[in-house]
Design a protein around this ligand. Structure first.
Ligand SMILES: [Mg+2]
Length: 124
């Protein structure tokens, strides 16, 4: 599986790298929403199986990025990864088209369970 990891915090990328270490999955790392859109546009919004999308980022935040992804792809799986826990914010994410969301900080089990749920098959 090819996963686009979008977060402006380097330690989040390092953490994701550690969680997926030894797995067969390929991670691509970008640091803001515009870089995510550029990476997705380059492959016609079809080259990734999953996007893990931070909310709070410079240049283009997760909510704007989410909306732009959905303008181009109805079906790419996107999990918002956020420290926001306000129900209004969560509703906004889901209305913008997020497949699911997880709260920071998260464990490997939480992430893999959520990915499995979104994709409809077990992710290891
Ligand atoms: Mg952030």
């Amino acid at each position: 599986m090819k996963i686009l990891c979008v977060d402006d915090t380097k330690s989040v990328h390092a953490y994701l790298r550690s969680l997926f270490g030894g797995s067969a999955h390929e991670l691509v790392h970008v640091f803001d929403g515009q870089q995510a859109i550029d990476a997705l546009t380059a492959v016609g919004f079809k080259g990734f199986d999953m996007v893990l999308l931070d909310w709070e980022m410079p240049v283009k935040n997760g909510l704007q990025t989410m909306a732009e992804i959905r303008q181009n792809s109805a079906d790419i799986a996107v999990i918002m990864v956020t420290s926001k826990n306000d129900m209004n914010d969560i509703t906004k994410m889901l209305q913008a088209g997020a497949s699911e969301y997880i709260m920071k900080p998260f464990t490997k089990d939480i992430l893999f369970d959520k990915m499995s749920q979104v994709l409809g098959h077990e992710v290891k």
